[in-house]
Design a protein. Sequence first.
Length: 476
Amino acid sequence: MAFEIISKDVVGRVGRLHTPHGTVETPALMPVINPNIDFIPPSQMRKYGAEILITNSYIIYRTKKLRERALKKGLHGLLEVDMPIMTDSGSFQLMVYGEVEIGNREIVSFQNEIGSDIVTPLDIPTPPDASHETALNDLIETLKREREAEEIHKSYSKRNLLSIPIQGSTHLDLRMKSAEEAGRIDGDVFAIGAVVPLLDTYRFSDVARIVLTVKSVISPAKPVHLFGAGHPMIFALYAAMGIDLFDSAAYALFAKDDRYLTPNGTLKLEEIQYFPCSCPVCLDYTPEEMRRLPKNERARLIAEHNLYASFEEIRRVKQAIKSNELFELVEMRIRAHPYLIQAWREIGNYMELLEKHDPSAKKIFFYLGKESLYRPAVRRHQQKVLNVGLDRDEITISSDPGVKADFYLRPVFGVVPAELMESYPAGHAEIYHDVEDEAYITAIEGLKAFLEKHRDRKIKLILDEKWRRFMDEVQD
Ligand code: GUN
Ligand code: ZN
């Protein structure tokens, strides 16, 4: 198998992707290398944290000098690196310029001949909001090309991997169909395509729905790439939804426009008085010094910072998965932009997916706002309590932890057996005083289910005024 899963949290995972040029730990960020432009040399990418690169085979193919070099020395010889390199096919140029001067067969063969580690067919990225008919026709053609790529790829019988793009525009039924069909093709990576125009316009919810729909259909054993997602602000969010591979042209494109990436959004160099970063670049220069540099030098330095900041966030996401604190990280990150909050709330419509993937054993539960109520730990706790056997006919439930009782009430969780008051999740939860009403309402729903289940017992309820008020407000 090309992919192994090492740790899991939320719908995300830390994994290992095996390629002919070595193993890559995921979630991974692939910096985009433009083979025509000498910006940050590929050989330096490891320094920033890159374990795998992505470049465009179409640009290499179309540029005589590059093509000849690549055919002679291989892709890795051309870029002078020995780390894994994924190649794209020219599909993005197809989306931007409407046509490309190459066929699927040619470009898939070419990628194999130059020794790409991950080969991409010439899929058709249908733009957002295209008509259903257009998106369907494009998808049918994309699937045909992917099956053709599968055949060509097999004939080379190397160990390199095949990426299968998933299209369908903003039509979720088509994204679902695309994912189902992709599952029947012998590919190694699924790549969710044509989301760049959505990300560029901050339509993070649309992307979230697409990602969650695709993840609901495809095998969890396969790695998933979100094509063109390279801003550190969105890594935690989409990694938590199950994305394993990101690629960044953003580090360079933003830098050329004096834009500085942070996990909380983009800053314009002209607005920065103090760099909120301790990478080598930000320690060496003040923002004012940087502004005075010639354009090219400045762009290069900002790009370096952008890479450092992006890989720092990737490591933070991986650590959060390992320590089962990815919910906490996402709930912090989404505060950077209202549309990120909105996007994360989509997870509420995919509770089955979340329930299936999120591990149940964790150490802490930091309640960080209403979004914490989506965590499966809440539902699982309430379900578990419903199954607790009662050994007496008369029991006491109290909202006051100072009173002796069989069960206690906590916002978020509802009924907590006395003996579980020191256990995860309810007993390991930190919840602030005066928490939102929704946290009480969720708890009351749990309490009402409990009372309904044990309606033949005598249950003494000791409720303070606040609990009593919510008890009356929540409809049975
Ligand atoms: N780069 C950004 N989006 C896409 C896409 O949909 N397909 C391919 N092949 N490359 C991309
Ligand atoms: Zn920096």
